[in-house]
Design a protein around this ligand. Sequence first.
Ligand SMILES: Nc1ncnc2c1ncn2[C@@H]1O[C@H](COP(=O)(O)OP(=O)(O)OP(=O)(O)O)[C@@H](O)[C@H]1O
Ligand SMILES: [Mg+2]
Length: 391
Amino acid sequence: MTCFSCLFGRNLDSATQRTAELDDELSGILNITLYTHRELRIATKDFSPTNKIGEGGFGSVYKGKLKNGHMAAIKVLSTESRQGVREFLTEIQVISEIEHENLVKLYGCCVEGNHRILVYNYLENNSLAKTLLGGGHCNIHFSWRTRTKICIGVARGLAYLHEEVRPHIIHRDIKASNILLDKDLTPKISDFGLAKLIPPNMTQVSTRVAGTIGYLAPEYAVRGQVTRRADIYSFGVLLIEIVSGRCNTNSRLPVEEQYLLERTWQLYERRELLGLVDTALNGNFDAQQACRFFKIGLLCTQEDQKLRPSMSTVVKMLTGEIDIDDKIITKPGLISDFLDLKVRSTAPKAKAESISTSYNSGSDNLDNTSLTSAGSSQATMTFTSPFTRSM
Ligand SMILES: Nc1ncnc2c1ncn2[C@@H]1O[C@H](COP(=O)(O)OP(=O)(O)OP(=O)(O)O)[C@@H](O)[C@H]1O
Ligand SMILES: [Mg+2]
């Protein structure tokens, strides 16, 4: 520990020439794998565009083959970080120790100079956004059984982050593109540590960290309250997307059908929920279970956050361990109401300003973030907030 603090006492960011030596020293102290930039350049063939598998709010992602033969997804964080090596590595250590069947595994990272690169286990079957909701350009058949496995798996992963990991982790960006599928179509939540890792000066990432509008709980969007209940809201939207096979917003549909959550509520009131099940299933699904899943989605997205069930309860509801037929479901916090009332900008992509990534063990209330502008239904959000950290 003495050695640890004396290492970090120096200005490590400017001492790039010492990075290799430092990596060796650090890897002896910290239980994480530190990759050299050279190693990752070799793994990705010099970050070749042909190896690029995606681009998100945090930067580009490359597929690469590591020295040990393992395939990896290598995420290059987009902005030069002024976050020190110490903070970055301490956070990484917490995340790298978290292991769960439904969470993407972080292999390690690279922190040479201004490079901040995360190395994850590579998942063969891409994200739910590109496959199930990708508009039919995929060969995967999402049977009813597969969908139930995915819904329950994601719920378990989130319950683990919310209720078992100490301090609790709030994901803040649960959505279809952050649910990756391995070769057996087991779902893995990705980016669960990124909100904690990104310092406030990394402005480009803030839109993603702050959330994506179709999945955003109203109290988070309006009052900036970041709690586990906001994640539960996003999960509810995702659950309905998986059963219906459609995105939360689709501007090509008739107006009354454009917002999935609003549509689900209409059909629930009319007792016609089954009409929303994905037609790609050709009727091959368990109708009672599908109806239950829609209702759980509605329970998770209720306007009053206190009424939303915890994720461990959601898991029990999904598996049938808890009966939901006696549950009263109240109206969801609808994005269309929110848009009418709150949105000022309609730019396709709101410009990011700053983020806050604090978290507080034992408390549901993470930080206060205030909405300054928001985009259209497909756009991401802009927030301003001081960087407050209270661990
Ligand atoms: N571990 C992984 N294995 C395989 N592919 C991955 C992995 N991580 C990311 N990807 C691919 O890279 C794409 C981009 O991921 P990234 O997380 O950067 O952006 P995103 O999920 O679309 O948006 P956001 O920035 O909000 O998370 C993903 O959609 C996925 O296709
Ligand atoms: Mg992602």
